[in-house]
Ligand binder design. Structure first.
Ligand code: GLU
Length: 553
């Protein structure tokens, strides 16, 4: 036995499986050529960030576009930072937006797939097996340096103005003899396991990032920590082992990891793994005071995906919006394929912007209004009711008390060639339906500046005299037009514009008065449909109440 082999046995006496056995347990996946295997690998250390959802969506689309597999792995090696329900939050957050993994973690302590466990805390022996192999090959060694030793090292390096870190001649434990190592281990001294980096600072590495393009960086020379003193791997080592054994082909992750690629490629090489391909995506940015900054978990409520759920954005809207950020050609595609499902979009990683996309809530609202405008009244009813059940009890009761009536509201101006785009999120539904429900309705008879209460009273008095609830839409409008001339208004807007002095106003003003009397709004969808749904009695009593108000004003 060589000293390295003896050291490997000394450090990992309980590890009996060999890397070869793991290679056989997790064989190459049986997928068509070009199929990509991707993953989302969050740490359960906080709420799911919109950037996380974006990364997960991108990874999933990449897999789907190539007939591959997308899986969810939980990176829970840092138990100190983990939050209660962290895993459940991630799974729930993803599934709320339809980002369902093909494989991996599917709930708290539940997973499916042949490449697990998919939770790093359950893979300790696997990491140790590969760590042991590195020790056998002389590519890893125990480091007994304490925090104080490392601080002292940093100070010496600072004083001499050299690169900081644990490398080359500065790596005190790199060349300990086997005797010294075994004595220290037997004496119970805590140690980390470090890579014996084969890197050379004069060499550079290059790799083709699928989003950022070709990147060149100095080779890694640091003897990075592979296993911490408790035997738990660092992110770097776990990434190499997991993505190799889970047969990931493409790692889609945040671009804060680019700086670590030299370490990662070196680890793949030292372990004898085929390297993965990387796609580093830029963070989602927010505009502030003319500048750009990352969306912040602390400052921006919209950073958490729970915000979109609470506000009641349909999942399709959020994904549709994220798609506009992901691929700049998405909007053109959408214009040409108005009704196509999102899954038909030919997503391409290479078309992602290399710099951070700006997150714009206004744009999300516009996208969402469009998405909702294409839904049927039944779909809107279902989704709005489901949202209200959680977040607005009063609205929930009203909508469900008379389903046909509620669906009638959502049917107005919907299903036409030019559907109305007025609702962006379910939390806006209450405001949208107030005038249909007395329980929500507070009259507000404020008139536009060009109309006086006396004029409004005159219009309402005349209209009440001729109102016929059985009128169809055309007859209804014809009747409003007929009202115009006797009252000094013109039914013809163009005519009014030509000579405004000749009239008190035009048909638009007359219908505005009626609209306000019925709904307290200056703007509504199809007023005839609204009046039909409200019913004759309510329409007349509302107009009478408004008339009284204007007469007394
Ligand atoms: N656990 C890492 C993180 O949450 C994952 C990075 C990766 O996708 O490799 O940032």
């Amino acid at each position: 036995m060589t000293d390295n082999e003896k050291l490997a046995e000394l450090l990992f006496p309980d590890i009996t499986l060999t890397p070869q056995q793991y290679e056989e347990r997790y064989p190459a996946r049986n997928l068509p050529d070009g199929a990509r295997v991707t993953r989302f690998a969050p740490s359960p250390t906080g709420f799911l960030h919109i950037g996380g959802l974006f990364a997960a969506m991108t990874a999933r689309l990449t897999a789907k576009a190539t007939g591959g597999v997308f899986f969810l792995r939980i990176e829970d090696t840092d138990k100190k930072r983990e939050i209660t329900d962290g895993v459940t939050e991630i799974v729930k957050g993803l599934s709320a937006f339809g980002i369902t993994p093909d494989e991996g973690i599917t709930g708290f302590d539940v997973e499916n797939g042949a490449y697990g466990p998919y939770q790093q805390s359950k893979r300790r022996e696997i990491y140790q097996c590969f760590a042991k192999e590195l020790v056998r090959k002389g590519l890893a060694y125990p480091c007994f340096c304490t925090e104080a030793d490392l601080t002292a090292l940093r100070e010496r390096q600072e004083a001499q103005s050299v690169n900081k870190g644990y490398y080359g001649k500065w790596a005190a434990c790199r060349n300990l003899t086997f005797e010294a190592q075994s004595q220290a281990v037997e004496a119970g001294r805590p140690y980390t396991l470090r890579l014996r980096s084969p890197g050379d600072e004069s060499r550079r590495i290059t790799f083709d990032d699928l989003v950022k393009g070709k990147i060149e960086m100095p080779e890694n020379t640091q003897d990075i920590v592979l296993l911490k003193t408790d035997g738990i791997p660092t992110y770097h080592f776990a990434h190499a082992v997991d993505d190799h054994l889970m047969r990931t082909t493409h790692v889609v992750r945040g671009d804060e990891w680019i700086a670590s690629v030299p370490v990662h490629l070196q680890l793949f090489k030292c372990c004898g793994f085929k390297p993965v391909k990387y796609a580093h995506i830029a963070p989602i940015m927010k505009e502030e005071n003319g500048g750009k900054r990352k969306l912040s978990k602390r400052k921006d409520p919209e950073a958490a995906v729970s915000y979109y759920i609470e506000q009641g954005y349909p999942k399709e809207s959020v994904i549709e919006y994220l798609l506009t950020l992901a691929n700049s050609n998405f909007e053109d595609w959408r214009r040409a394929n108005k009704d196509a499902p999102q899954s038909d979009f030919p997503f391409n990683l290479k078309k992602m912007s290399a710099s951070g996309a700006l997150f714009d809530l206004q744009k999300l609202n516009d996208v969402s209004k469009n998405v909702i405008s294409l839904m049927t009244a039944d779909e809107v009813y279902q989704a709005a009711t489901a949202w209200a059940q959680q977040y607005d009890e009063v609205l929930y009761r009203l909508l469900t008390a008379n389903e046909a009536f509620a669906k009638g509201i959502f049917r107005i101006d919907r299903g036409t060639a030019k559907p109305r785009k007025d609702i962006a999120k379910w939390s806006e539904v209450r405001d949208f339906v107030t005038y249909f429900y007395d329980a929500l309705y507070t009259p507000d008879y404020t008139l536009p500046d060009n109309l006086t209460p006396a004029a409004a009273a005159e219009i309402l008095r005349a209209y009440l005299n001729v109102y016929d609830h059985t009128d169809g839409k055309d007859a209804w409008f014809a009747r409003i037009k007929e009202l115009c001339a006797p009252l000094g208004y013109t039914p013809n807007v163009k005519e009014y514009k030509k000579d405004p002095q000749a009239f008190k106003g035009h048909v638009g003003d007359v219908s505005t008065v009626i609209r306000i009397a019925v709904s307290s709004r200056r703007n509504t969808p199809d007023l005839h449909a609204i009046m039909q749904l409200l019913g004759e009695e309510k329409v007349i009593s509302r107009m009478r109440a408004a008339l009284k108000f204007y007469e007394e004003a």
